[in-house]
Design a protein around this ligand. Structure first.
Ligand code: FE
Ligand code: FE
Ligand code: ZN
Length: 279
């Protein structure tokens, strides 16, 4: 099954997102549970969720992907910011129990000069407290580009976070691979895709790869920048991105676009991917 979608506004609820996804010929989507800048979350309406779940089932949707707010930084130097991350994280995971069985993705954070080892300890300390709330949700670390002092731009750093986070007996951490980010971080998924995926498998395990963000990049390979571009108009190129989505190791993993687009642009990109997807 090919699960493809894009980032959608959650302001009108789950059913509305499902309906919008259908219009775009999508069968998954990504959304924020709250304002991406970290504001208060809206209450989840279980009637709305139920209506969405029916639509999703009827239309063979894949898992949907919630994205943590950008302001969530579990390895901030500032204790108050880390405390905020802990509270938001735990609250979001409780909310995810309204839509059991889906995915929650977050950025490992920026260590702002503290160094990676300290940051990894802070990230895993928070994870070890909040993961008990993820009873029916798979929590995903996003692969980062390494801009500024971002943690998680190497597979090794992500693997270390995973290994230091206790299994809560329910769900283990997974990974969401962002094509723009990994390419900017120096993983050549365009010319050496097999090697990169083999490396991912060895260090993290492909069984932990639960979601993909499909983006082209405005900046060149290994630039350590995080600038998304529409498919085919950046340094990765359409041909390479199509090869990527067709790689046998990645089949069935939900793919979401985070390209700079309005809905009609997303619809076009989804159509291109569907046309070029080989079952
Ligand atoms: Fe992200
Ligand atoms: Fe992303
Ligand atoms: Zn990005």
């Amino acid at each position: 099954m090919f699960y493809v979608g894009c980032h959608l506004s959650s302001s009108a609820g789950f059913l509305k997102m499902g309906e919008t996804a259908l219009k775009l010929n999508a069968n998954t989507f990504q959304f924020f549970l709250r304002n991406p800048r970290g504001g208060a979350a809206k209450d989840i309406d279980d009637k709305d969720v139920k209506a969405f779940l029916e639509l999703a089932k009827k239309n063979n949707f894949g898992k949907i992907l919630a994205h943590a707010p950008y302001t969530l930084n579990p390895c901030s130097k500032d204790e108050k910011t880390r405390e905020f991350a802990r509270l938001v994280f735990a609250d979001d995971l409780k909310r995810m129990e309204h839509i059991k069985g889906n995915l929650y993705n977050f950025h490992p954070g920026s260590h702002v000069g503290q160094g990676v080892p300290t940051a990894i300890n802070q990230i895993t300390e928070i994870l070890n407290e909040v993961m008990v709330e993820a009873k029916n949700t798979t929590v995903l670390l996003e692969t980062m580009s390494g801009k500024g002092s971002e943690v998680g731009s190497t597979f090794e750093e992500l693997a270390e976070i995973i290994s230091k986070t206790h299994k809560n007996g329910i769900n283990e951490l997974g990974v969401c691979l962002d094509t723009c980010h990994v390419y900017s971080a120096g993983y050549d998924i365009i010319n050496k895709l097999d090697d990169v995926l083999e490396h991912f498998d060895k260090v993290i395990g492909l069984n932990r790869l639960h979601a993909i963000h499909l983006n082209d990049s405005l900046t060149e390979f290994n630039s350590h920048k995080d600038r998304h571009e529409t498919l085919g108009n950046g340094s990765l190129g359409l041909e390479g991105l199509i090869r990527f989505v067709n790689h046998p190791a990645l089949k069935g993993i939900p793919i979401n676009l985070e390209t700079p687009n309005e809905l009609d642009g997303y619809a076009k990109e989804i159509a291109i991917l569907r046309e070029n997807y080989k079952d």
